[in-house]
Design a protein around this ligand. Sequence first.
Ligand code: R5P
Length: 311
Amino acid sequence: MDKTLKLKLAFLKGRGKRMKIIVGPASKELAERISNLSGFGSVPVAFKVFPDGESYVRLDGSVQGEDVAIVQTTCPPAQDGRLFQLAFMADAAKRGGAKKVIAFVPYLAYARQDKTFLAGEGISVETVARMLKVAGIDELVTVNIHSESALAQFPFLAKTLSAIPLLAKYFVDKGFKSAFALSPDKGAMYIAQEAQAVLGGDCGHLNKSRDRFTGQTVQTAEGLNVKDQTVIILDDIISTGGTIVGAAKILREQGAKHVFCACVHGLLIGDAEKRILDAGVEEIVGTDSVPGNVSKVSLAPLLSEELKAQK
Ligand code: R5P
């Protein structure tokens, strides 16, 4: 189907529904793609950072009487600033007469602190959600949140979508159908299984344990057979890259022929990208939840479908 026809069909699907997309400064390109795919109009946002570091936002269009979706990721760098921009946009939307404010937050900062792991800690992601509620957010949609159970404690309706099928399709389109889908952690085996459903090959997992005081992790493989196989390591987040580097080392020892990695949120802190490639990973693929070098897969189709289904 050609591009114009696709846009026309998307527009017709959204016709009759009233929704405006507020283009968050941290996800400008993604928000515009979602607007094009869904047919819903967009509201640009003027923003700046004052010399003292404080954020300013202004909605550059009317939202009076509208339901609005604010598209704003909250990935590093400046995740705190991005969270505040999101809160300020929600407040501005409500003050501007918006009926319902839905936050589309592809990467939700602080989602990994979803428990009190050690005495004396708080639950950061719940604090974030409560702040967003006070700012005016009525619902939240995120993508591959680290632990779905965290959403149950949010003070509004919240859901997480999965970008794993889109990542797996990227590899199918590159000719790697039947590649082995590997999760670097047993707890994330569902990710490897979702990828396997698209790739059609085998899937499996490594085991990973973390020392909560030092942050050090230990990875092991049990009963894994990847000899001469093309393996795609899939994870929700790549942060320092340590997990992928460790997994790649194990895969090399096990005789894997080709190793790729894919993640939904490619934070790639410091020299993570170089360390992963130096570890023998042939390509790193992420999504535009974190815009950057590896964001080769767009979440726009996933989020625009969700947006159209919202009404
Ligand atoms: C944690 O359990 C996540 O699923 C990721 O595996 C983790 O955040 C990756 O972190 P890093 O890249 O620092 O090893």
